[in-house]
Design a protein around this ligand. Structure first.
Ligand SMILES: C[C@H](O)[C@H](O)[C@@H](O)C(=O)CO
Ligand SMILES: [Mn+2]
Length: 426
């Protein structure tokens, strides 16, 4: 380790120690945290099962940066590059359309063996895997409805796909010895004001009951359900609203997935964590960055990210919260997008752990709001950067922006040499 990094760390440690914060202990805790890195940033949510299928479901990727992964091997190579620049051991979050197989299974026919290469790869690298049924970008969801579709045959297809997905998730968990979270998100909704808001919700509820009927070992597998306020083409109404899934999850002992981009523009998920935690045994996060709408921008160190970190630390929710990322930006280097978003998420957690939580809580209890505000503000310029640099160096990943040169080299040597998808698809 370079001496200046160590010296700055030792100086920072002393400052934090004056407030009773044991920085070495904080880093031991930080090292245990896993971020579930979403595979779909690497190829603009295209997947490998249906090569010519347009992205649907009211989500959108914009940008034309070269180098999107075209095959499972390319995607794994890009993920490996990103993980080499991110401190800690993490998880990869897969969607069903990322099956790695020469077969052409339909979504309702998927089996664990279609993901065996992902499992072998993850095992070799000590990574965990999470999973998602892909209820979009498919002809059976073309009218924007899946599990709530009025046609029982359409519902059956998606129910069977979700059931298959849970079995795949359970296989991941069992094989890798790390609990897999399978998250169900469906895009179902209407562009304009519905005549009947109740019937689609009744159908969605009944479909979910079927999806979750099979009991799976919770030490291998946990279920989550993700709500949404609106999407492109479902501006007026989404069947799976927050209230719908909050009720469903609490009644059925499922986890609620809070996506930072799925609420009203001024509504934040950080403020929901402590409430939901009182009524659920775990929460899944999709850390994202909405800009005016559910735009899925790369996560930056903004107030909401810091507040998410604070809430997880101060309410002691780190053990029961599964932290996943969900953004997709095709206007910048995709490996860099992962590195920026994941490093920021870890850094925000570190910053939260380096705050004088007990002193702040005490000031609040005493009614001393002056001290609460003063300490909060002064800690914003405490030397967390020195601790972060030390942590990166100690973890064997580049310090500060040094990771960028490695991404640029990878771009030159690998990403820019990739042709179009069409050139390798049979
Ligand atoms: C691709 C993801 O599953 C998707 O982004 C979903 O999680 C979502 O957030 C939809 O808006
Ligand atoms: Mn999401």
């Amino acid at each position: 380790m370079q001496e200046p990094i160590r010296q700055s760390y030792e100086a920072a440690k002393e400052l934090y120690a004056q407030h009773g914060i044991d920085v070495d202990q904080v880093l031991r805790e930080l090292e245990k945290l896993k971020i579930s890195v979403h595979c779909w940033q690497g190829d603009d949510v295209r997947g490998f099962l249906f090569q010519d299928q347009a992205l649907t479901g009211g989500i959108s990727v914009t940008g034309n940066y070269p180098g999107a992964a075209r095959t499972p091997n390319e995607l794994r190579s890009d993920l490996e590059k990103a993980f080499s620049l991110i401190p800690g051991k993490h998880k990869v979050n897969l969607h069903a359309i990322y099956a790695d197989t020469e077969e052409k299974p339909e979504l309702d026919e998927l089996e664990p063996r279609h993901f065996q290469r992902w499992v072998d790869w993850a095992r070799e690298r000590g990574l965990g895997l999470d999973f998602n049924p892909t209820c979009f970008s498919h002809e059976m969801s073309k009218d924007g409805l899946t599990l709530s579709h009025p046609d029982p045959a359409v519902r059956r297809f998606w129910i069977d796909h979700c059931k298959a997905s849970r079995r795949i998730g359970a296989y991941f968990g069992e094989q890798l010895g790390q609990t897999c979270v399978t998250n169900v998100w469906v895009p179902d909704g209407y562009k304009d004001t519905p005549a009947d808001r109740m019937a689609p919700r009744k159908r969605l509820k009944a479909s979910l009951d079927e999806v979750f009927a099979e009991k799976l070992d919770p030490s291998h597998h946990l279920d989550a359900v993700e709500s949404k306020l609106f999407g492109l083409g479902s501006e007026a109404y989404t069947v799976g609203s927050h209230e719908f899934y909050m009720g469903y999850a609490i009644q059925n002992h499922k986890m609620i997935c809070l996506d930072a981009g799925h609420f009203h523009p001024t509504e934040v998920i950080s403020n929901k964590l402590s409430s939901l935690a009182l009524y659920t045994s775990g929460i899944l996060l999709h850390v994202s960055r909405p800009m005016r709408w559910d735009s899925d921008h790369v996560v930056v160190m903004d107030d909401e990210l810091l507040d998410i970190g604070r809430e997880l630390v101060r309410s002691r929710l780190l053990d029961t919260t599964h932290i996943g990322l969900d953004f997709f930006d095709a206007s910048i280097n995709r490996v860099a997008a992962w590195v920026i978003g994941t490093r920021n998420t870890i850094k925000a957690l570190l910053r939260a752990m380096l705050e004088p939580v007990e002193a702040l809580k005490k000031a609040e209890l005493d009614g001393d709001f002056t001290t609460r505000l003063a300490l909060t503000e002064e800690f914003k310029s405490y030397p967390f950067g020195a601790v972060w640099d030390y942590y990166c160096d100690k973890s064997g990943v580049p310090v500060r922006e040094n990771w960028l040169a490695e991404v640029k080299t990878y771009e030159q040597n690998v990403l820019l040499k990739r042709g179009s998808r069409a050139s390798i698809v049979n």
